[in-house]
Design a protein. Structure first.
Length: 406
């Protein structure tokens, strides 16, 4: 099997995902995608006609984000029309999945130069979006799928994880992110976003709240009790859906705006190449893809697949947890990261060392690609070798990838 190498990664800053408030919210999502695609080409001076494919992740493929965002972003970036593009949806896992598919194509020997990435503008109105399962009543009977925030509270209740532990983790995420920003740890990858007139739209992370403490978080009200009890036209509530699988569970609501992922806009991209293409065209690899994996888990709890995904990708790589220098697990909700670290008995100084989505935000289809770049930058900064990246996804799934510096 051929090797797949990461040549470079870049991303936009993450803007607050609200119309009229976020610095990126007035832009077209294709503009965010084209920003990172142009930056990859400018930084690495490759011929875009050589790009075999652009594999793009976007979860909410409605409105301006519909119509194959990967292909349209490449055209908007001025890429040669020979550079094809496809857009996929694995919910929150779309960004890692784009990288896994791109790496697989190179490792299979079918392609030589591929770009993975993703874009999500959570500020866009989600016209036409349906709840998980899209109203399929037969599926709901087989696998009731609640709102993800209700799932997070259900998992915390089942696991006996108190709010105090989740708030402490959220405060630590903010603290680590503040240090990373102050020390410029993201500077190698962050690309300023410009308006069409050339002025700067955003050149820094807009979402973090430095100075957040566990004590300040303790005063925030839970976000999901009302959502858990909401019923549309007499349909079962999300609490009812959980009760179909866990009839004796009395959900304790412990997640709120401060210990859940931030609603933001953003985009990220990864340039990958085969060894032969890199050598022939003078591209210097930064990392090698060791293994990829996908894992499904209980759709009703929905957020528990990162742990089995990590174990699966380690088995594929012939590695153990001791072989991993740094972990990135998306902080969709505090319980996801907390359970990941508890179940795998990890050294917390190796997990999300520069903060995570609770502090920086979670542009759903882009986050996985961003996390891969974050892990690689941090491996280089610490002069470490191996990183494992994973995240939960809707429907009870998790993709995972292991990278190694070269």
């Amino acid at each position: 099997m051929a090797d797949a190498f990461i040549i470079d990664t870049c991303r936009t800053p993450r803007g607050i995902g609200k119309q009229g408030k976020g610095a990126l919210a007035h832009l077209h999502p294709q503009h965010l995608g084209s920003t990172v695609l142009r930056a990859l080409q400018a930084r690495n001076d490759f011929d875009s006609a050589d790009v075999d494919d652009i594999v793009w992740g976007t979860s909410s493929q409605v409105s301006e984000q519909s119509g194959d965002l990967g292909r349209m972003s490449a055209l908007d970036a001025g890429y040669d029309t020979k550079a094809s593009g496809v857009t996929l949806d694995r919910f929150c896992g779309s960004g890692i999945t784009s990288a896994n598919i791109a790496a697989t194509a190179i490792m299979a020997g079918m392609e030589d130069l591929v770009i993975a990435g993703g874009t999500e503008m959570m500020s866009l109105p989600k016209k036409g979006m349906l709840p998980m399962g899209a109203g399929n009543m037969h599926l709901q009977e087989l696998h009731p799928q609640p709102h993800q925030g209700v799932c997070a509270d259900a998992i915390a209740t089942l696991e006996g994880i108190p709010r105090e532990a989740l708030d402490a983790l959220a405060a630590e995420s903010q603290r680590r992110a503040a240090i990373a920003i102050k020390e410029g740890r993201f500077d190698n990858s962050v690309i300023p976003v410009h308006n069409l007139d050339g002025s700067v739209a955003l050149d820094h992370e807009e979402f973090p709240r430095p100075g957040t403490t566990a004590e300040s978080l303790a005063g925030l009200p839970p976000s999901f009790p009302a959502i858990a009890d909401y019923s549309h036209n007499g349909a079962p509530t999300y609490r009812d859906l959980v009760a179909q699988k866990f009839p004796d569970l009395d959900i304790v609501h412990v997640h709120h705006a401060g210990n859940s992922s931030g609603v933001v806009d953003g985009s990220g991209a990864i340039l990958m190449a085969s060894e032969s293409y890199a050598k022939t065209h003078g591209l210097k690899p930064r990392a090698r893809i060791i293994a990829t994996a996908n894992m499904g888990d209980d759709p009703t709890l929905m957020l528990n697949a990162p742990v089995p995904a990590a174990r699966k990708v380690l088995q594929r790589a012939g590695m153990s947890l001791a072989d991993i220098d740094l972990f990135e697990v998306n902080e969709a909700f505090a319980v996801v990261s907390e359970k990941f670290q508890r179940d795998l008995d990890l050294d917390r100084d190796k997990v999300n060392v520069n903060g995570g989505a609770m502090a920086l935000g979670h542009p759903i289809g882009a986050t996985g690609s961003i996390l891969i770049g974050t892990a690689l930058d941090e491996l280089e900064r610490q002069d470490k070798q191996v990183g494992l990246i994973t995240m939960c996804a809707g429907g009870g799934m998790a993709p995972a990838i292991i990278i190694e510096r070269v």
